[in-house]
Design a protein around this ligand. Structure first.
Ligand SMILES: NC(=O)c1ccc[n+]([C@@H]2O[C@H](COP(=O)([O-])OP(=O)(O)OC[C@H]3O[C@@H](n4cnc5c(N)ncnc54)[C@H](O)[C@@H]3O)[C@@H](O)[C@H]2O)c1
Ligand SMILES: [Zn+2]
Length: 530
């Protein structure tokens, strides 16, 4: 959405008669848990007459006046809402201004044939289309073509179900809800979202005092801005800063957080806000889950990996000296608030590493996202926002289907079975994303080898990953037997065989594919070019 910078409180669906404004609007409102209003229905209820009746009695001008008055009334408060507008309701300059100032307008497009097909069913409800429907509709579309085209946000409404189109709008708006693990929670991807944390805490009904947890790198950059938003919403509490980096994801740091929660006077109803990368959200989420048997918490991810992966899905935890993520629990946040603007300060190595997970998301469930990744790193906030929202959408869709990782959620392990082996065998000299990039290419070669994927898929994926500055081959000098041994310790092993999530094609990943160790060893040992 070109002009969409901050969280839009009103979502308007607009477009010609028959484009599906009402059915899509209803679906979208139910997905976002927002109230829904159909402007035409509201007018009919308001004046106790049907729309054709109003047209006969008051003429089109009279109807437009009525329409505007009802619209003003609906927009009279600040409530979030989804509104299906009448097909000509924004022809009036005043109405258009009112609507565009108070939210986002999505204009639905469809061909004359598609519109006519849908309208034939209910044409007697549409006063401007009485008579020969096709001719009248063609005339109306010709007259309004420029008008409809003048809206920035167009959506092709042909050939997809209302539910699919509602999802497409959600992806564009960067607004999701995660269901399936306890209470539902919203996930928002909005440029400028950092300034809305306080409002969101309030609207979620969360209580203070608030502990804002961040790390020593992120806190000097963004904690003040976040804290300003929190106090502006009337909350008290304080900040807790932990050291930056994986080395701090320990039980000791968790204990440090618990003690600070105590000092800040946090009670059963209080809230923890985690502002940082995956280390901060994992650890602050865990500390919140365990303090006083469970505080509410909210995630404000600041690394790319945090935005598209770690902050989503309610897994929290910490590392032991013996291994990563050995201690933890599922504890869903109350909301996840992502502001891609903060990526401007993320070091390039971290950006690239996070991109490995974005490419993974594309391979798992969004061929368009994979194509976007082929264009390299985004160059502006808008493109980052779009990219992050698409990657978030893939993970949200999967965790909604399988919140506790009993089935399809295993698709998210793509690239990670070999990736973890590489990470361990390299003693973490490979970054997580680098190891995942190599793992993704090698696992795709397994898919090719077993006939699941067509020859050439791994080359295509490798080209995109290396275009982003990621490695795609095992570094020279890293012994294969060490990688194999490290993989055997991975939790996904199955006696002599290994279990993988493998791509069949871009947008289609199969889970639970069992592969003989011998084949894995062969693939690890043979370079891509062979
Ligand atoms: N819970 C889950 O489902 C899940 C999923 C994937 C990964 N994880 C965990 O996430 C962690 C990795 O996350 P990560 O890569 O974000 O690590 P991280 O939190 O250590 O962040 C990486 C580095 O970037 C810095 N940083 C973060 N945001 C910044 C910004 N906007 N500007 C400048 N610097 C910034 C951090 O201070 C840190 O030094 C691992 O511990 C992993 O286990 C969890
Ligand atoms: Zn990962």
């Amino acid at each position: 959405l070109e002009n969409q910078l901050t969280h839009s409180r009103r979502i308007f669906l607009y477009g010609p008669p028959g484009s599906g404004k009402t059915s899509i609007g209803r679906s979208l409102a139910s997905e976002l848990d927002l109230p829904f209003v159909d402007l035409d229905a509201e007018i009919e209820i308001g004046c106790g007459r049907s729309i054709p009746q109003i047209f006969i009695e008051d003429g089109e001008d009279g109807f437009r006046r009525l329409e505007k008055a009802v619209l003003e009334k609906i927009l009279g408060n600040d409530a979030e809402i989804v509104i299906a507008l009448g097909g000509g309701s924004l022809l009036d300059r005043g109405s258009r201004l009112l609507v565009e100032e108070s939210g986002t307008v999505i204009c639905l497009q469809a061909s004359l044939e598609q519109l006519a097909g849908r309208l034939r069913i209910a044409s007697n409800q549409r006063p401007l289309l009485q008579g020969d429907l096709d001719i009248r509709l063609a005339g109306l579309l010709a007259k309004r073509a420029d008008h409809y085209a003048s809206f920035a946000d167009q959506l092709d409404a042909a050939g997809a179900s209302p539910a699919d189109l509602a999802w497409q709008i959600q992806v564009r708006l960067g607004r999701f809800r995660v269901t399936g693990m306890g209470a539902e929670y919203p996930v928002s991807v909005q440029s400028g979202g950092l300034d809305e944390i306080g409002t969101q805490l309030k609207e979620t009904g969360l209580e203070g005092p608030i502990a804002l947890v961040s790390d020593a790198t992120v806190a000097p950059l963004y904690a003040e801005q976040a804290w300003r938003s929190i106090t502006a919403a009337g909350y008290a509490g304080g900040m807790v800063v932990i050291p930056a980096g994986e080395a701090a994801k320990t039980l000791d740091t968790a204990a440090y957080l618990w003690k600070n929660f105590l000092q800040l006077g946090l009670e059963r109803g209080s809230t923890v806000v985690a502002l940082g990368g995956g280390v901060v959200t994992d650890l602050a989420g865990f500390a919140a889950a365990t303090y006083l048997r469970g505080l509410s918490w909210a995630a404000v991810p600041t690394s790319l990996l945090g935005m598209v992966d770690a902050s989503l899905g309610g897994k929290t935890g910490l590392d032991l000296p013996e291994g990563k993520n050995l201690v933890g629990t599922f504890h869903a946040p109350r909301f996840v608030w992502t502001d891609p603007n903060v990526l401007q300060s993320l070091p390039i190595g971290e950006l690239r590493s996070g991109m490995a997970e974005v490419v993974k998301a594309g391979i798992i469930g969004d061929a368009d996202l994979f194509q976007l990744c082929a264009c390299g790193l985004p160059q502006n906030f808008q493109d980052w926002t779009r990219l992050v929202a698409r990657a978030v959408a893939v993970k949200v869709r999967i965790i909604r289907q399988d919140p506790f990782e009993r089935g399809v959620r295993a698709a998210l392990n793509l690239g990670h079975t070999i990736g973890h082996g590489l990470e361990l065998a390299s003693a973490f000299s490979l970054r997580h994303g680098e190891a995942v990039a190599i793992g993704t290419v090698l696992e795709t070669r397994l898919a090719e080898e077993t006939g699941l994927a067509e020859e050439g898929l791994s080359r295509r994926i490798a080209a995109v990953l290396s275009g982003l500055g990621l490695p795609v081959e095992i570094p020279v000098g890293l012994p294969i037997d060490k990688v194999m041994a490290a993989m055997a310790h991975d939790k996904k092993k199955a006696s002599g065989r290994l279990r993988f999530a493998l791509p069949a094609q871009i947008g289609d990943v199969r889970t639970g594919v069992v592969i003989e160790r011998g084949l894995v060893e062969t693939i690890l040992g043979s370079p891509i070019s062979s």
